[in-house]
Design a protein around this ligand. Structure first.
Ligand SMILES: [Mg+2]
Length: 253
């Protein structure tokens, strides 16, 4: 926000847009003249893309680990369980019961690769928009995968790890952080395009100016029919491009 800015009387807000729906108001809201600290400037809304990580760019870490460890109960993910705390508490209990810790999971992650086509898609998207990865994974898990994705910006959580490597707790960066990050970006005058595959993405997709489901399971698709579905990266590119064109700033009149 511009320091010391003074807004012209004619400036419009989102509420007015919703109330009137007129194209003239929409134009003035997207690109508007502001008089303030920098003098008279044009303020416009830049588009930013927010992506889920697991299931969109990389495989589900817990599914991979459950296969390697031979523990089917660890294969449950946010695609199956809407209550994230219940899911994580269950995972920590299972790991403790089997005497497994962070080094065991990191060894599996070290052998994981991004999904086929993910790096090319992410490069395509980053050439067009600033991109933020919003994930409910943990920095302790995700860092090696970020290297393989070219170090995109990642917002996620942290694990509490005992000296012997056992996972004792998890620390949320911010409750409901995907949705709240998108809401904060909108307050910072970004227009947002978001893509995810699971229940924990629904708030982010609803908050975004354009929300897209990428390869969702049938239950997620059924519960959130309002979002368009991309079964592959070509379709995701097309939906992102369509959203970008629809959200593009219009010239002030
Ligand atoms: Mg996911």
């Amino acid at each position: 926000m511009v320091c010391g800015r003074r807004v012209h009387e004619g400036e419009t807000g989102r509420g007015e847009i919703a109330a009137s729906g007129s194209q003239a108001l929409l134009r003035r809201a997207r690109t508007r003249r502001i008089r303030g600290f920098f003098g008279s400037v044009t303020e416009t809304q830049v588009q930013i893309a927010c992506l889920d990580l697991e299931g969109v760019l990389v495989p589900e870490i817990w599914i991979e680990f459950s296969k390697r460890a031979g523990i089917p109960d660890l294969a449950r993910t946010t695609r199956d369980e809407p209550d994230y705390d219940k899911l994580m508490r269950g995972r920590l209990d299972i790991l403790a019961a089997h005497g497994l810790g962070l080094p065991d999971i990191q060894a599996v992650i070290a052998g994981m690769e991004p999904l086929p086509g993910a790096v090319a898609f992410l490069d395509w998207l980053r050439a067009r928009h600033p991109v933020v990865i919003l994930s409910d994974t943990f920095y302790e898990f995700a860092t090696p995968l970020m290297k393989k994705l070219g170090y995109p910006t990642l917002f996620c959580h942290r694990l509490e790890v005992a000296p012997d490597g056992k996972l004792t707790n998890y620390e949320i960066r911010l409750p409901d952080h995907k949705r709240r990050t998108v809401a904060a970006l909108r307050l910072l005058n970004f227009r947002t395009i978001a893509a995810g595959d699971s229940y924990n993405d629904a708030g982010m997709l609803a908050e975004a100016d354009a929300g897209i489901l990428f390869r969702p399971p049938v239950n997620v698709m059924r519960d959130f029919p309002q979002f368009p579905v991309a079964p592959g990266y070509d379709e995701l590119k097309a939906l992102c491009a369509e959203a970008a064109a629809r959200l593009a700033p219009l010239t002030a009149q």
